[in-house]
Structure formats: structure tokens, C-alpha cells
Design a protein around this ligand. Structure first.
Ligand code: PHE
Length: 364
């Protein structure tokens, strides 16, 4: 008879279980598994041999073979789990680090002033009940211009020196790098409808490069739409923001009439400052400096987003993040923001653990 007698199965079981117990790593254990249960393994071989048995013998033998297979399989699984645990414990031990050691000064990172400024303004607007929305850097003409009430071919589109992507062969339409964060007004209104109260920080792009312009820069957009929203609310909101951000309690703001296709009326806002020689100081000193654009959301924009402009009004504003960061932290040259010079970052950057919050002070 080619199939082994019962005692031989017992012996095989003892042998395999011993081998499992003696495997000291996962590779050795895998070898044991293959030698027992693999395609050419011993248990697999015995199973195949049963073909020569009579039906009764096969039934009985089949049961003991299955029991053997299960027992060896369970032992393999248990040993595998133990070895995994042991490997993890060994690794944790080997990679142990003392987190109470101070950071080596040459390795300490810094938070970039743009990130810091976004964190600060987010803390201020969050305190006023705003949430944060985001949208894609690559936009289409509809969201960046058309829905924002820029008529086709209107010169206002040229104000923006747009970077266009190559035509899309499928439908011939052109995608572009968003020239402002305002397209996210449209996205937010389409997605969440009114009432809404969001700020939208993000990257924006225009084909421009000199002391005060880089092809990529950051803006933060604000959008509030509700049933009773007025220019006075806009004014109050911006005054509160600017005073908190620049930490000047009596900082004056001046609203000058302006034009944007997506707001009516529109205004540009100046804050008080002092210009003396090359120095610039923010505060109530009699000089003025422009920092943002704003206005009441144009009814056409609301209607383009499916919002009833006879029921809802809103205000919006947009501001350059580099600009307010430069003013607050006395950073003279815009282009240095993006040169990735570690010495610059060390000087103008922020300590990572000092997270800005209104309760603790925005910048300690
Ligand atoms: N999107 C305008 C710009 O980039 C700024 C703005 C935003 C003006 C919202 C009014 C309202 O210049």
C-alpha cells in the first residue's frame, strides 16, 4: 500500500510541528510551509497518493489527512504571527530614538512665511465663522472668467496675463492656470449654495516677473452670501481682519471705488502706514497703502451659480498673501519667497511648534 499507516502520519506530524517550532525567521518558516503544503510538499504528496486507496480507506484516510493539514496549517499561522511580532519588537528596539533630545540646530526646519501667514489669517477668519474652501490650480475659462461675468473678448480678461495650456484635442477648449482665487467662489456657490461664508487661500498664476510680481503667487479670497449682507458688513469684516492680522488696534482702512467684473460696486482698500526714507510702517500715520480688492458680489455671478439674486446678496474680497506677509514681517523682495534659500528661510521662517492661534497670540 502506497499510503502511510496511521503511526507514520503521527510521526510526520511530530516532525513538521517540530520544524515549525524551530523556524527562527519568516524565510525559514516559509521553507517549512513549502516542504509540507507546497505543490511538491509532503502532505500534498500523501493526498495525491490516496487515489490508489479503496473508497472506504480513502474516506478514513482523508479525514486524518485533513486533520493533519489543518493542524500543521494552524501551527504555521501561529508561528508566523509570533515571528512578525518578534521582528517588529526587534526593529523598534533597534530604531529606538530619544525624543527628549533637543533638535540639532543645523537640522531644525522652519515654517515658510507663506504657510505661516495662511495659518494666521485662517485663525482670524475661523474666529469670525468662516470655513476654508479650495479649488484646482488648473481651471477652465468658465470658472476663471465667464461665470465671473467677464464677457467674451472683454479687455478685462487681458488684465490677467493668463497662462494657457495647449488646446485639448477632444473638444478644442483651452485650460488655464487660474489667474485669481475667484473661480473658487463659483465652485463653492455651485456646490454649497447660499448662505455661505468661506475663505479660499491658494496659488494663482500670471505671466509677470519683476521686483513685485512672480508668475506664481498666493491669494486669499473671501466670500459671504446671505439674505442680508451689506457693504457695511464687508467693511466691518475687513477692518476686523486687518487690525487683528497687523496687530494694530486703531489701523485705519480707506475704501476707494474700483472695478471688477464680478463685483458691483467694487472697491480697493488701503491701510494706514508711514513711509519714511526706505522704511514702511503699518499704522495710523497718515500715509496709505493698497492691500486688497473687494465688492458686493455681482447679481450675474449669483445667477450664474443658480442663486436667486433677488433674495441673496453677498460680498467678496481678494488679497495677495505675499504682499501682506511682506508688510507684516518686513520682507523686502517678493522673489526671495520662492528661491528656496535655506539661509533666508532660517531668518524669515517660523518655529514649527508655534502654531498661530488667536488665544495664544498669532506670532509670539
Ligand atoms: N480677483 C481679484 C484679483 O485677483 C480680487 C478680488 C476678489 C476683487 C474678490 C473683488 C472681489 O484682482
Amino acid at each position: 500500500m502506497s499510503a502511510e499507516p496511521k503511526s507514520a502520519l503521527e510521526a510526520l506530524k511530530t516532525e513538521l510541528l517540530t520544524a515549525v517550532g524551530e523556524a527562527t525567521d519568516l524565510a525559514a518558516l516559509e521553507e517549512v510551509r513549502v516542504s509540507a503544503l507546497g505543490k511538491k510538499g509532503r502532505i500534498t504528496g500523501l493526498m495525491a497518493d490516496m487515489r490508489s486507496l479503496s473508497p472506504e480507506e480513502r474516506k478514513e484516510r482523508g479525514q486524518s489527512m485533513n486533520a493533519l493539514k489543518d493542524e500543521v496549517g494552524a501551527a504555521l499561522d501561529a508561528r508566523k504571527a509570533d515571528l512578525h511580532k518578534a521582528a517588529l519588537a526587534a526593529r523598534l528596539e533597534a530604531e529606538r530614538i530619544d525624543v527628549t533630545l533637543p533638535v540639532r540646530p543645523e537640522r531644525e526646519g522652519r515654517v515658510h512665511p507663506i504657510t505661516q501667514t495662511i495659518d494666521e489669517l485662517t485663525a482670524i477668519f475661523a474666529d469670525m465663522g468662516f470655513s476654508v474652501a479650495e479649488g484646482p490650480d488648473i481651471e477652465d475659462d468658465f470658472h476663471n472668467f465667464t461665470a465671473l461675468n467677464f464677457p467674451p473678448g472683454h479687455p478685462a480678461r487681458d488684465m490677467h496675463d493668463t497662462f494657457y495650456l495647449p488646446d485639448r484635442p477632444s473638444d478644442g477648449s483651452r485650460m488655464l492656470l487660474r489667474t485669481h482665487t475667484s473661480p473658487v467662489q463659483v465652485r463653492s456657490l455651485l456646490a454649497d449654495k447660499a448662505p455661505i461664508r468661506v475663505i479660499i487661500p491658494g496659488r494663482t498664476y500670471r505671466s509677470d516677473y519683476d521686483m513685485t510680481h512672480t508668475p506664481m503667487f498666493h491669494q486669499v479670497e473671501g466670500l459671504v452670501v446671505d439674505e442680508k449682507t451689506s457693504m457695511a458688513n464687508l467693511r466691518g469684516c475687513l477692518i476686523e481682519f486687518c487690525r487683528a492680522f497687523f496687530d494694530v488696534d486703531d489701523l485705519p482702512l480707506r475704501f476707494r471705488p474700483s472695478f471688477f467684473p464680478f463685483t458691483e460696486p467694487s472697491a480697493e482698500v488701503d491701510i494706514g502706514c508711514l513711509r519714511r526714507g526706505g522704511e514702511l510702517k503699518i499704522g495710523n500715520f497718515g500715509d496709505w497703502l493698497e492691500i486688497l480688492g473687494c465688492g458686493m458680489v455681482h447679481p450675474n455671478v449669483l445667477e450664474n451659480c443658480g442663486i436667486d439674486s433677488t433674495k441673496y446678496q453677498g460680498f467678496a474680497f481678494g488679497m495677495g498673501i505675499e504682499r501682506i506677509a511682506m508688510l507684516k514681517y518686513g520682507i523686502p523682495d517678493l522673489r526671495t519667497f520662492f528661491e528656496a534659500d535655506l539661509r533666508w528661510l532660517k531668518h524669515y521662517g517660523f518655529v514649527p511648534l508655534d502654531v498661530p492661534s488667536l488665544a495664544q497670540g498669532l506670532n509670539r
